[in-house]
Ligand binder design. Structure first.
Ligand code: C5P
Length: 228
């Protein structure tokens, strides 16, 4: 089985408060995007396509190996992944979509995702249990219900797909469906795209080290781990 990795790295990172795209922010001397690319390759992916902010192509090319393909990302993560998917080599059997914002994901997670795909599942995501009590609130912030946390999972990346399944699901994602899913706040990852196409999504164990860097505190925690 051959696999292509897509790294979504076209976000602005405004919540991180950096003066550059989040994926170019350094962690232990290397940009986040470089950590993400290395993780995919170390975990068994054969080639990598990175979606970058169009205006920053040169800056990304300067920090990534020449073998990594770059494409202009879009206004949303979905648009960025769609662009990278069209550029990904058609010969690959599988596609793994990873966030540049998860720099310390261990290669083992990539290997688990690849193993599930090799075993024949069409879509797989790494997950972790929810350990906190989790509730639903109304617009005023008042708790309306508690959710049974035993059935909840936090979803990470890389998410793995049979290539033809992911391509077909993105092709079926028309504007009306995107609007409906965005309204329902249900279009935050690629598993949502294939689920909207009726494809079952299985899970493998994620890893706390695959945590997403969103706010400055996350980067501080990642820096402590990276130098350990
Ligand atoms: O904003 P958030 O942290 O959820 O973004 C997750 C990942 O998606 C990040 O790695 C970010 O660079 C990427 N992204 C993208 N294109 C966008 C927005 C986000 O590739 N337009």
């Amino acid at each position: 089985m051959s696999a292509v990795g897509i790294v979504a790295a076209a976000g602005s990172g405004s919540r991180l408060g950096a003066d550059k795209p989040k994926a170019l922010v350094e962690l232990a001397g290397r940009p986040l995007v470089s950590w993400a690319v290395d993780t995919l390759l170390a975990g068994g992916v054969d080639e990598v396509v990175v979606a970058v902010p169009a205006a920053e192509r040169d800056a990304f090319a300067a920090v990534l190996p020449g073998s990594v393909a770059l494409v202009d990302g879009g206004a949303t993560r979905t648009a960025s992944v769609r662009a990278a998917l069209s550029a990904a080599g058609p010969h690959a059997d599988a596609v793994l979509v990873h966030d540049a914002a998860r720099p310390l994901t261990p290669p083992d997670v990539v290997a688990r995702v690849l193993a599930a795909l090799a075993a024949g599942v069409p879509a797989v995501v790494p997950v972790l249990p929810v350990v906190d009590t989790t509730v639903v609130v109304d617009a005023a912030g008042t708790v309306t219900e508690a959710v049974p946390r035993a059935v909840l999972r936090r979803v990470q990346t890389p998410q793995g797909f049979d290539r033809a399944v992911l391509v077909a699901a993105y092709a079926a994602l028309d504007d009306a469906l995107v609007d409906a899913l965005v309204d329902a706040a249900a279009l935050t990852d690629d598993a949502a795209v294939v689920r909207a196409a009726g494809v079952p999504v299985t899970t493998v164990a994620g890893d706390e080290r695959a945590a997403k860097v969103t706010v400055p505190h996350d980067l501080h925690l990642a820096a402590l781990q990276a130098t350990r």
